[in-house]
Design a protein around this ligand. Structure first.
Ligand SMILES: Nc1ncnc2c1ncn2[C@@H]1O[C@H](COP(=O)(O)OP(=O)(O)O)[C@@H](O)[C@H]1O
Ligand SMILES: Nc1ncnc2c1ncn2[C@@H]1O[C@H](COP(=O)(O)OP(=O)(O)O)[C@@H](O)[C@H]1O
Ligand SMILES: Nc1ncnc2c1ncn2[C@@H]1O[C@H](COP(=O)(O)OP(=O)(O)O)[C@@H](O)[C@H]1O
Ligand SMILES: [Mg+2]
Ligand SMILES: [Mg+2]
Lengths: 297, 112, 112, 112
């Protein structure tokens, strides 16, 4: 039976695996994916970033940067987070989104810890890296979780719609960590739709989702609720193309917590970059140990 | 928004790009151009004879930026591109009224 | 009057020219440039080793137009140049205070 | 300050530079460009077959000047570049808000 620590490792490995799997087909349409790969179902690298197989992208790297800033600072601190993101950007990462780059640049030049609220910040760049918040604030009250999410998101993305979507993903991960079922996760997704109707996902199949968080989560929720295993969920979502490494990463963190680490295909874990995998598993445990639920508070 | 154009010596392009990247500025467009100014042209061998070509190859970089980044941009370019010898080049700043990112339709601050 | 500059993928030049011509816009100047941005450069083989060249060839078109044609121009370029993949390019609009047609001396609206 | 851009026929570059130099204007930047306009493209022979290339090679010169030199600059270019045949080119004037000479840090009027 999966312990809390197993599920946390599952979530973090799921994130990394989803990122690496989706990266191969990022920016491709479903038809292009079929023409080149048939059904894409293995960690083969390549893609527009020409990755060696098993390599992760900014989705996993920013999560690790956020998590290590929380552990070093002993809490969710916007300045420590901004500094960690800036250090990460200095390593010349394999990819970095425009909105993330602008936010970090504002921090470097003016010390800005929260970018101004902006209709253009509804991209998925803050959601893709939210797993450390889900782990560290497990057991905390709703307002603390929401505030921690805002602190990390607003370093680069300040948008009410995106905040709501990211908060729901955090809640879904936390519910799954605590052993709740897919049915209960569905309730959380429906709560989001009730509060923000744009997020509804019961109409047309979302294919080729863009970076707009509404489209990203539509693909994630459709794939999650249409399948019954980690592997079928991930294969479903990445073959929809579009921002596939990010839909893969977000679905991977939810499904990894839900189905547990043993549900992640051996053949994927075997190819996943060893350094990243180790960092993910270590950090999942460290963040849990420091969380409200485990450390008390 | 502003457009910053800089005419620089070609071998300085990498140094200038590094200096700009420290401020998070990585998007730009570069063009090979011929510079005429106080720096004299070079001599070239052509069919065995040496003759003076009175222009020098330069690189022109164009960056469109939000207003708050312009000062940083100018000092990064100036520091990185300067050798102190004639012909180091010039920087021109002008206004841009509208920017569009073709791929997404994003506009202005969100497009640069 | 306005100047519209667009950085586009080189293979898109004909499509963009057709779209503009359908909107009655046929005069422009095109320049081969090097683009730096989020899109990755290409790999080249040099002395047996593979390395990444970090710019991409782009084409920059420049069109000077009367103000009333700018919106049409922007949407024609955007629609024709977009592939949805990273690196599609950008459009910049700026003011032009004076235009002269060299052949005739005609000015401003009569010169474009 | 102003930026004067002129698209001219390539063989006219030396004449234009002389005319400008006679007016005391010697600093400028030149770029090889492709012109599309009313002047028809040329035919080229390729693998034995003749085909029409619909652009024409042009040269674009860019000069940044103090406002008082702009009129002189325009008439020097126009007089020197004109042949009276279609395709002689165009001149565009726009505002420049800030200029820096990289070598010395001099600004604006002292930088051009
Ligand atoms: N008025 C100008 N307008 C546009 N470009 C210019 C102008 N003057 C100089 N340049 C460009 O700047 C370069 C350097 O100018 P130059 O006079 O040789 O050296 P310096 O600026 O160091 O005195 C030239 O090669 C040319 O490309
Ligand atoms: N700030 C900028 N100023 C001028 N040109 C730019 C700027 N940013 C990008 N470009 C040009 O736009 C092209 C596409 O940008 P890129 O970031 O690769 O893609 P996208 O806009 O699709 O995300 C670049 O190759 C470059 O020519
Ligand atoms: N609207 C425009 N914007 C920018 N450049 C232009 C424009 N129209 C023409 N040009 C440039 O001017 C050149 C001459 O234009 P063209 O129409 O052929 O001749 P003319 O100006 O003598 O009637 C073109 O080859 C092109 O480089
Ligand atoms: Mg990524
Ligand atoms: Mg992505």
């Amino acid at each position: 039976i999966n312990t809390l620590y197993d599920r946390a490792a599952g979530a973090y490995l799921g994130l990394a695996v989803g990122d690496a799997l989706g990266a191969t087909v990022e920016f491709m349409t479903p038809r292009e994916i079929r023409e080149v790969h048939g059904e894409h179902r293995n960690l083969i690298g390549g893609g527009w970033l020409r990755l060696r197989k098993g390599r992760v992208t900014d989705d996993t790297e920013m999560s690790l940067a956020l998590g290590s800033s929380i552990l070093a600072a002993g809490g969710v601190d916007a300045r420590a987070i901004a500094e960690a993101f800036s250090d990460w950007m200095r390593t010349k990462p394999v990819d970095i989104g425009h909105t993330v780059r602008r936010g970090i640049s504002q921090y470097r030049l003016h010390g800005t810890l929260e970018v101004p609220e902006n209709e253009y910040d509804a991209g998925n760049g803050a959601c893709m890296r939210c797993l450390p918040i889900a782990l560290f604030t497990l057991g905390a009250d709703a307002e603390t979780v929401a505030e921690a999410n805002r602190a990390q998101s607003h370093v680069t993305h300040h948008n009410r719609l995106a905040d709501a979507g990211t908060l729901t993903v955090i809640r879904m991960v936390q519910a799954a960590l605590l052993g709740q079922s897919k049915t209960e996760l569905r309730v959380l997704a429906e709560d989001l739709v009730a509060a923000e109707p744009q997020y509804r996902f019961d109409r047309r199949r979302m294919e080729n989702p863009g970076g707009y968080l509404v489209e990203t989560l539509r693909a994630v929720f459709q794939a999650l609720f249409a399948t019954d295993s980690f592997e079928t969920a991930l294969v479903d979502v990445v073959n929809r193309g579009g921002d596939a490494d990010t839909t893969g990463a977000i679905l991977g963190m939810i499904a990894g917590a839900l189905y547990g680490p043993d549900a992640i295909p051996r053949r994927w874990l075997g190819v996943l970059d060893k350094g990243s995998a180790l960092a993910c598993v270590d950090q999942s445990a460290a963040l849990l140990r420091a969380s409200t639920r485990c450390a008390g508070g | 928004m502003k457009k910053v154009e800089a005419i620089i010596k070609p071998f300085k392009l990498d140094d200038v790009r590094e200096a700009l990247s420290a401020a998070g500025i990585t998007g730009m467009t570069a063009i090979e151009v011929k510079g005429f100014g106080r720096q004299k042209g070079h001599t070239e061998l052509y069919r065995g004879a040496e003759y003076v070509v009175d222009f020098l190859p330069k690189v022109k970089i164009e960056l469109v930026l939000t207003d708050d980044l312009v000062e940083t941009c100018i000092s990064a370019i100036t520091t990185a591109a300067r050798t102190g010898k004639i012909g180091d080049g010039k920087i021109f700043v002008s206004d841009v009224t509208h920017v569009v990112r073709i791929r997404t339709g994003e506009e202005n601050e969100a497009a640069v």
